[in-house]
Design a protein around this ligand. Structure first.
Ligand code: PEP
Ligand code: MG
Length: 756
């Protein structure tokens, strides 16, 4: 019987669903081996787990070998094919297992019937040993290269679940330690009625405060219950069950809606919830006469305390998950059946959030988010905008001490946060909070200036869900796909297959259109939680974007191959970010050629001729723009970073945000030089940074000859309207004047006069 194709095997939703139905890690692993054996049509599938201290691998689950062998067969690192695959962190595929020099027959487990042997290491962050996934079959030479790929993709999914389970186990060991008394929390912000912050993602919302990242120890507080209900074990059991059902449904919903970034996103929640040390400890306290709400907060705070003190950074990251879970349990206990345990009607206040946290809270219907650290061009802002969650940054740590339940109104259009707003303020905002159904805006399929010059409007895509808005607002193509999101939000590098599936969905979202896929832009403020990034004093000047890719050719090639394959017979453009020299650009291009040669040899369909171009976002690139243009099929101007690096202003540092100005003469002249060079060298040029969203700047861009921009799709109607009222001659005059000024003061005065 033929094996299932790789896509099917790599479809992680099956594994996610599997975990939800399992009761323990061993239960999960046992189901996983059955599923893998089935899809691979292999007689045997087994998982060995690695013990770092003992340096041994122990059989943890098997389908096909003797069930009694589970837990009783162990191999040293390097011993047998399994041990060798783990030691070298490389798959071993043998047509005849017994021919391999490492082969070691283990008697009494029925292994003698199987010839073909495929062992794939299960590892995290590319090097952390988790275990080995093995398939065996009686038919010699049964496994091929495609099977290796499929098994690797599955192994990377398994790694995440296993690691989360292991983290929990280490927690139980740590629980023996004594806990510290809670820190004093003083009420702050007394008498303060509003705070001025900066908009990260617009919108107006109101809700009650929930502080998710406060300081101190007793972070999960039980809001006083008006009727002083004493919750029982029965209430608790119901709340527990409800929470599990809700999280399972949420996970499923996220897989469907945001499968590109949200795979297994609630995995840690579900694991902790099912952990007897967690819910079991709560039950024990309730049995001792403690009311259920107090029992929940006590155990949750115990976990938070232990997690936050852990030397393991991955465990520290779970603090928020535990608190989030405690919040859900309490809500289900106190408001049983009234809602879905989500954050509906609540405003989340946090010191800082990871991109994956933003996703989780958005999935749980939070109304709005207030962040104390960060800045508007950081990735959590970009994500919040894509998820349509209003978000504001305020530089006032005191807000973390606000009593939970305080009414808050966020005007994220203006960046204002009202604390306990008066009736008058609420009345003023009423229409904005509950806007009447606005009919969808009318957009034309093409955009022209008043005098008939065509301006192509492409869109920027961060999440696959953005494609919905791209279609609605008739984007003419994708000018920038920020491919790092699936990398940033996951717990492990997405495999080539997983990436290919995501890229294919982007092409499918706008059939027949040009799509520009940007290669990985990580580093700077975008760290991969599972990769050992170097400690850098200046990460923004460090191993970022193309530098990271060129330093990690394995990761880079996987991505390029996925792009080439997804772009087969499509309008594919590949863009390299953070190019500082022609040499870097050529090195990236060489890597792409190597990938094409490989795919050709493998007989895999791919796009042999994608357009390639650099993202022009560094001052160095501006200096060598003619040479770059001559090597490229297109140039794309990343004004967000160009401004940051030209003006030496950290785009994620709110305290210097007033210095981050897109109309600085240096920025205007640099952009002009790039566009001029593109025109002279007859190379397509697009502006994909946020500068194009500012209408004064857009007028300038059109005035200097820009005919293609890429913006967030929701801005297309507004920008189209602006362009159709603009005459190119008027734009040219505007640009000429702006380019003459040498000081910001003159530019500011001119723009103010224009506006008047
Ligand atoms: C830019 O730098 O202008 C850009 C569009 O890319 P990002 O915001 O992802 O750095
Ligand atoms: Mg950039």
């Amino acid at each position: 019987m033929a094996k299932d194709n790789v896509d099917l095997i790599c479809d992680i939703s099956e594994l996610a669903g599997l975990f939800e139905r399992s009761h323990s890690l061993s239960d999960f692993l046992q189901s996983a081996v059955s599923i893998v054996a089935y899809h691979m049509r292999a007689a045997v599938c087994s998982i060995y787990l690695y013990d770092e201290e003992e340096e041994t691998l122990t059989l943890a689950a098997t389908q096909g070998l003797k069930p009694e062998a589970v837990g009783n067969v162990s191999l040293k690192l390097g011993e047998g094919i399994v041990g060798a695959a783990m030691r070298d962190l490389k798959p071993i595929c043998e047509g005849h297992g017994s021919n391999n020099p490492h082969f070691k027959r283990i008697d009494g487990i029925f292994e003698e019937h199987y010839e073909a042997f495929l062992a794939v290491p299960i590892m995290l962050r590319g090097a952390m040993r988790v275990g080995v996934l093995v398939t065996q079959d009686p038919q010699p030479n049964y496994f091929h290269q495609n099977d290796v790929k499929a098994l690797r993709a599955i192994a990377s999914q398994l790694a995440v679940v296993i690691e989360n389970a292991k983290l929990l186990m280490s927690l139980h060991e740590a629980r023996q330690q004594k806990t510290e008394p809670p820190a004093e929390v003083t009420p702050a912000l007394a008498g303060v009625s509003f705070l001025k912050g900066t908009t990260a993602s617009s919108g107006v919302v109101q809700g009650t405060a929930v502080v998710i990242d406060g300081h101190g120890y007793d972070v999960l507080t039980v809001a006083a219950d008006e009727d002083e209900t004493s919750y029982t074990l029965e209430d608790f059991t119901l709340a527990l069950q409800e929470s599990e059902e809700q999280l399972t449904a949420l996970q499923k919903h996220m897989e469907e809606r945001l499968g590109d970034v949200a795979s297994l996103i609630f995995n840690a929640h579900l694991l902790i919830l099912k952990d007897m040390g967690f819910s079991g400890a709560m039950k024990k306290l309730i049995d001792q006469g403690i009311p259920a709400d107090r029992a929940i907060s006590s155990v949750v705070n115990d976990y938070i305390n232990l997690f936050s003190k852990s030397s393991n950074p991955r465990l520290r990251e779970k603090v928020l998950d535990v608190k989030d879970l405690g919040h859900r349990l309490l809500r289900n206990l106190q408001r049983h059946g009234e809602d879905h345990g989500d954050y509906e009607g609540q405003i989340l206040i946090a010191k800082e959030l990871l991109p994956s946290d933003v996703l989780k809270f958005a999935a749980q219907k939070v109304e709005g988010i207030i962040i104390v650290q960060g800045s508007v061009t950081s990735h959590i802002s970009i994500l919040a905008r894509s998820l349509r969650v209003p978000m504001v940054f305020v530089e006032k740590p005191d807000i973390l001490e606000i009593p939970e339940g305080t009414l808050i109104l966020i005007d994220a259009n203006q960046g204002t946060v009202f604390l306990d707003p008066s009736e008058k303020v609420l009345a003023q905002y009423e229409a904005l909070i509950k806007p009447e159904e606005v009919p969808p805006e009318v957009v034309q399929p093409e955009t022209f200036t008043r005098d008939g010059t065509k301006i192509t409007l492409h869109c920027n895509v961060n999440l696959l869900s953005d494609m919905e808005y791209a279609r609605q607002n008739l984007a003419e193509g994708v000018g920038l796909y920020r491919s790092e999101f699936p990398f940033i939000v996951r717990d492990e590098f997405p495999s080539e297959e997983a990436q290919r599936l995501i890229y294919e969905k982007i092409f499918a979202g706008l059939p027949g259109r040009e799509v520009t896929l940007r290669t990985l832009d990580v580093g700077g403020d975008k760290k991969l939680p599972y990769h050992q990034h170097l400690e850098e004093a200046n990460p923004f000047l460090g191993l970022r974007a193309i530098r990271f890719s060129l330093k990690n050719p394995g990761i880079f090639k996987q991505q390029l191959r996925a792009m080439l394959r997804a772009g087969h017979n499509k309008g594919l453009r590949i863009m390299f970010p953070f190019i500082s020299s022609v040499d870097d650009f050529l090195a990236a291009r060489d890597m792409l050629e190597e990938c094409k040669r490989e795919l050709e040899l493998e007989g895999v369909p791919y796009n042999p001729n994608p357009d390639i171009g650099p993202m022009v976002e560094l001052p160095a690139a501006v200096e060598i723009i003619d040479e770059l243009a001559r090597e490229s099929d297109f140039l794309s101007i990343g004004t967000n970073d160009l401004i940051q690096y030209l003006l030496a202003v950290d785009r994620t540092n709110e305290s210097v945000s007033s210095l981050y100005v897109c109309h600085h003469p240096a920025v205007l002249r640099s952009v002009y030089r790039i566009v001029n060079s593109a025109i002279n060298n007859d190379v397509d040029v697009c502006v994909c940074g946020d500068m194009a969203l500012n209408t004064e700047m857009l007028k300038f861009l059109i005035g200097i000859g820009v005919r293609k921009i890429s913006i967030d799709a929701q801005h297309i109607p507004r920008i189209q309207k602006f362009i159709s009222g603009l005459h190119t001659e008027e734009a040219r005059r505007h640009a000429r004047k702006l380019l003459r000024y040498g000081t910001l003061r003159e530019v500011n005065r001119f723009l103010a006069e224009e506006e008047a």
